[in-house]
Design a protein around this ligand. Structure first.
Ligand SMILES: C[S@@+](CC[C@H](N)C(=O)[O-])C[C@H]1O[C@@H](n2cnc3c(N)ncnc32)[C@H](O)[C@@H]1O
Length: 238
């Protein structure tokens, strides 16, 4: 269950749900469970490494995975009445224009679900996750992959205010504040960071980055590592 208003939405039949930057399609699957029925589910992602899991989550009969950059995707569908975007606002450039585009292509009475991590009111362990994420984003940018820092709630609100959607629900899930990750997960995260640095800087890691990684290791040792608060927004197009 992604939110507690699903009783209200349960009555709805959705014709065509599109999950933007779908990855392995887990969010599309969660949205599928929110409604009484969903006829068709399209997942769009610039990479196709999640395609097999997408079809495992959604099934072949109603699922359709499209490998495309969302910025150059040609929207021919007239029937889209639900859009999902999970953990991806900060992976998409020109996000304000994209949100307006999503508003335009949605049918009247259509819904948008946005799920995004935020940088407000973090515990020390969550600050470590934020530092990890921002370092990773910086390294991705070095090789031309768009990836920016996560947004504050104010940033997200101001982006959404301009879109035309009417907010029908919002929730901040702070449960994750309690969930300190295990040592195994922490080690694997640090490994990802070090390997990405090696690869993206081609063995010439800037001293500033190395020292930021070392500092992060120390901070994690002291305060732990924990997932960020997650913001969920549901908007309606009238
Ligand atoms: C952090 S993952 C989120 C995946 C999934 N929505 C989830 O909640 O687990 C970000 C996703 O954005 C995709 N992505 C990044 N840039 C994109 C673009 N320009 N067009 C479409 N997908 C993009 C990535 O390939 C990746 O699957």
């Amino acid at each position: 269950m992604i939110c507690d208003i699903d009783l209200m939405l349960k009555e709805r039949e959705i014709n065509h749900l599109v999950d933007i930057a779908t990855g392995d399609g887990w969010f599309a699957k969660e949205l599928d469970l929110v409604f009484q029925s969903v006829n068709k589910i399209t997942g769009i992602d610039i990479k196709n490494n999640g395609i097999d899991q997408f079809y495992q989550h959604i099934g072949n009969s109603k699922g359709n995975f499209i490998c495309s950059d969302i910025h150059s995707y040609h929207w021919n569908d007239q029937d889209i009445d639900c859009i999902g975007i999970s953990l991806s606002l900060h992976h998409l450039s020109d996000i304000e224009s994209l949100l307006k585009k999503f508003y335009d292509i949605l049918a009247n009475n259509g819904l948008i679900f946005i799920r995004e991590m935020i940088t407000d009111n973090l515990t020390p362990a969550q600050k470590n996750q934020k530092t990890f994420h921002h370092l990773k984003a910086k390294m991705d940018q070095v090789v031309g992959t768009y990836h920016v820092n996560t947004y504050s709630l104010d940033n997200i609100h101001s982006m959404l205010e301009q879109t035309g959607f009417i907010k029908i629900y919002e929730q901040i899930d702070t449960n994750s504040q309690k969930c300190i990750k295990t040592q195994e997960v922490i080690e694997s995260r640090l490994k990802v960071l070090k390997e990405t640095a090696e690869k993206n800087y081609q063995g010439k890691i800037p001293p500033k980055i190395s020292s930021e990684i070392r500092q992060l290791e120390k901070n994690i040792e002291q305060y732990g590592f924990s997932p960020p608060p997650i913001y969920l927004y549901i908007g309606l197009k009238l």
